[in-house]
Design a protein around this ligand. Structure first.
Ligand code: 48F
Length: 256
């Protein structure tokens, strides 16, 4: 006979084991969009201890909605090897343009990343970083419903050798760091340069070029990279997000 309390104990015990493992990470990723999950996949595949924190209940970020809720995505030639590795089926549309189902693409990415060892924590918001000796070295986290209800509840903290801000257009981790610590970023101006208007070609190129360390210990990927280093937006072409996540993982592995 199934016992309700055993079910509860199974959930509480194994979740707390998973949470305890995440208190001391090689890499803490913020945001479960395409760039953060791709970085998580490659870091976990390389055997690193990596956790990903997503404020929403669902993972996927801006990819599940395709373009204007038409849930298809477009990818360019350069990103095809990554999609193939992840098992995402694509269809050629015109030379240089391929399409994929947004839900299938995200499903494959989440499956392959989790299967490689990425520990994903949903419904947890990152509200601050741990800052020591002029370096980002951890995250300050709380349950998203605590934040949205405006409850006065103190957060908890975890340590990470590197943090990746993969929070999309808002570059939320970098923004909070700048707001609270007034630091000079590793950008041309020293401050957040801001996302530019739409240019799909440049935006895709910039997303990869701008994937790098924004402050000691803190890397940026995807749209957060363009928001911090001043790149164009690109809309529902996603090759740059996969390539950016891949590059972020490579750079962080070099640093570890
Ligand atoms: O926006 P998002 O999908 O990031 P991305 O990997 O991809 C961008 C594209 O989806 C699209 C685009 C390119 O075609 O323009 O927008 O750069 O995913 C970012 C995730 O971060 C979460 C947010 O809920 C989303 O799922 N996030 C944002 N702030 C926080 C957060 C936070 N403070 N704590 C935890 N998660």
């Amino acid at each position: 006979m199934l016992d309700e309390v055993t079910i509860t104990r199974a959930i509480v015990t194994t979740y707390l084991e998973k949470f305890s493992r995440a208190l001391d990470l090689d890499v803490a990723i913020v945001g479960a969009g395409p760039s953060g999950l791709t970085a998580g996949y490659y870091l976990a595949k390389a055997g690193r201890k990596v956790g990903l924190f997503e404020k929403k209940l669902s993972v996927g970020g801006g990819m599940l909605g395709g373009g204007m809720l038409f849930n298809r995505i477009v990818v360019q030639d350069e990103a095809l090897p990554i999609l193939e590795e992840l098992g995402i089926r694509t269809t050629a549309f015109e030379p240089g343009y391929h399409t994929a189902d947004a839900v299938e693409a995200m499903g494959c990415l989440v499956y392959r990343a989790a299967n490689a060892g990425l520990e994903v924590f949903n419904c947890i918001s990152v509200e601050d970083v741990v800052f020591k000796d002029s370096r980002v070295c951890g995250l300050v986290i709380n349950w998203s419903p605590v934040e949205s209800a405006g409850l006065h509840v103190d957060p908890l903290t975890l340590r990470a050798r590197f943090v990746l801000d993969a929070t999309g257009h808002g570059a939320d981790v970098v923004s909070r760091l700048v707001r609270k610590m007034g630091v000079r970023l590793l950008t041309e101006t020293g401050s957040m340069m801001g996302e530019k208007s739409m240019d799909a070609h440049l935006g895709e190129r910039h997303a990869v070029e701008n994937t790098r360390e924004a402050y000691p210990g803190l890397f940026v990927s995807g749209m957060a990279a363009n928001a911090v280093f001043g790149g164009y937006r690109m809309g529902p072409i996603f090759g740059g997000m996969f390539l950016s996540g891949h590059k972020a993982a490579r750079l962080i592995l070099e640093g570890l």
